[in-house]
Design a protein around this ligand. Structure first.
Ligand code: ATP
Ligand code: MG
Length: 405
């Protein structure tokens, strides 16, 4: 295949009928050095790319394994210049990378996803407006920007969840509010910043859909994931989704594809949905990157979400991923490194016992220090049937002290 050289500043997909292709051998850059970047680096290296990671933390999971680790903050001009010099194309692992850092890189190199799409995902109000533009329903809500708006808020939004418009993740930056009094105290507790008050919905299930869209507009998707959250953090993902009707899954896929297309998105995008008792779908939020609920795809699909991230970034063709094994993914939080009395267990979890089970794929992110709630790794159980995957995953959970489901 001929591989046109990408000029600095080129946009992926630019040019008459030509999709520039960044061929293996080139260096791919990533903003952020956490576990998502680490798994991107794994996928990129497997395909023969070199990698460069920008992250201030000297022990960042991706920095530890990349060819180049630039130890600099996201807005450090010399760090950004170094990343641009090294990389043929640049992606991000983190939606809260300042959009202006991405915009500055985009002046020099192809960047996917683009700063404008990431900026929308950084702000719950912009995100909800985008769902609306895409014809996808989201939870009834109100935007609260000043204390005066608290008193006049619609009563039918209570009980609700108050979420900061920006910088929330893993259930942080949100509080449950049952009354107007709690709304006032909750808003103050969140720092009196712009918030979204969402009506508390009776969730039957939670699912997510990961799509990848190329610069040429081609879109592929992973199968629908069914997710179980505990304390606002993902705990278990099952694929195929055991409890959600096929037509509901199909609607979720179509909605996620529309949301990506409407954004003119290039890259991997995850859309989280609530499924209500009557089968109604409500978009919760989206992430402009691979997602924790898609980690199973490394072991259970023939193309993973990280492979797709590499392909969208390099302009490689997108082929539809195929789930080859039913699976269950368990998140491994730092809590597993502590006993019931909160004492750290020196040896860590009994990995040998878990690895004795069939079809267990263990992923640890190389984080030196375990802390309660910290994402340390995940494991995916693949099996010949969904029932068998669930059975083995429950055994693994019991061995590790993870609550069953
Ligand atoms: P993350 O980025 O880790 O996905 P987050 O901190 O951005 O999480 P949300 O996804 O908004 O937070 O919410 C976390 C969880 O809280 C949801 O997965 C769901 O279980 C619950 N939740 C959020 N909003 C609602 C709602 N309107 N009604 C009922 N439950 C909700
Ligand atoms: Mg979420």
């Amino acid at each position: 295949m001929s591989s046109p050289i990408i000029a600095p500043g080129a946009t992926l997909g630019e040019g008459p009928g030509v999709t520039p292709f960044v061929a293996p051998g080139a260096t791919l850059g990533v903003m952020g050095g956490g576990q998502l970047a680490r798994m991107f680096v794994h996928a990129a290296q497997q395909m023969g790319y070199a990698t460069a990671v920008l992250d201030a933390d000297p022990a960042s999971p991706a920095g530890l394994i990349a060819h180049h680790h630039i130890r600099a903050g996201y807005l450090d001009e010399s760090g950004l210049a170094q990343l641009a010099d090294l990389s043929a194309a640049i992606t991000t692992e983190f939606e809260n990378v300042p959009a202006r850092a991405l915009a500055s890189l985009a002046g020099r190199r192809p960047v996917a996803p683009g700063a404008a799409a990431v900026a929308i995902c950084q702000d719950r109000t912009a995100e909800k407006a985008h769902f609306d533009r895409s014809g996808v329903a989201c939870a009834p809500h109100a935007v609260l920007e000043s204390v005066g708006q608290l008193v006049s808020v619609r009563g039918d939004l209570l009980p609700g969840i108050l979420k900061t418009a920006r910088l929330g993740y893993d259930g942080k930056g949100q509080v449950r509010v049952d009354s107007r009094a709690e709304l006032a105290s909750g808003w103050a507790a969140l720092g009196s910043v712009t918030c979204v008050l969402e009506k508390m919905l009776p969730l039957a299930h939670e699912i997510s859909v990961i799509v990848a869209r190329g610069a040429d507009g081609a879109v592929v998707n992973l199968p629908v994931q069914q997710n179980l959250h505990r304390d606002g953090v993902l705990a278990v993902t099952q694929v195929p989704a055991p409890d959600v009707a096929a037509d509901v899954q199909q609607r979720a896929i179509e909605s996620a594809r529309r949301i990506a297309a409407e954004l003119g998105y290039v890259g991997v995008l995850c859309v989280e949905f609530f499924v209500l008792a009557d089968g109604a779908l409500v978009a919760n939020e989206m992430a402009p990157r691979p997602h924790n609920s898609g980690h199973y795809s490394i072991d259970a699909c023939d193309v993973s979400q990280f492979d797709l991230q590499v392909r969208t970034l390099t302009g490689a063709p997108l082929v539809a991923p195929r789930l080859h094994s039913p699976c269950v993914m368990l998140n491994l939080l730092g809590d597993l490194w502590f006993d019931d009395d909160g004492e750290a267990v020196e040896a860590g979890p009994d990995w040998a016992a878990v690895l004795a089970l069939p079809g267990v794929h263990l992923h640890l992110y190389g984080k030196a220090e375990a802390r309660p709630g910290r994402k340390m790794g995940h494991l995916t159980v693949t099996a010949e049937s969904a029932a068998r995957a669930a059975e083995v995953a429950r055994e693994a959970a019991a061995l590790l002290g993870i609550e069953g489901w």
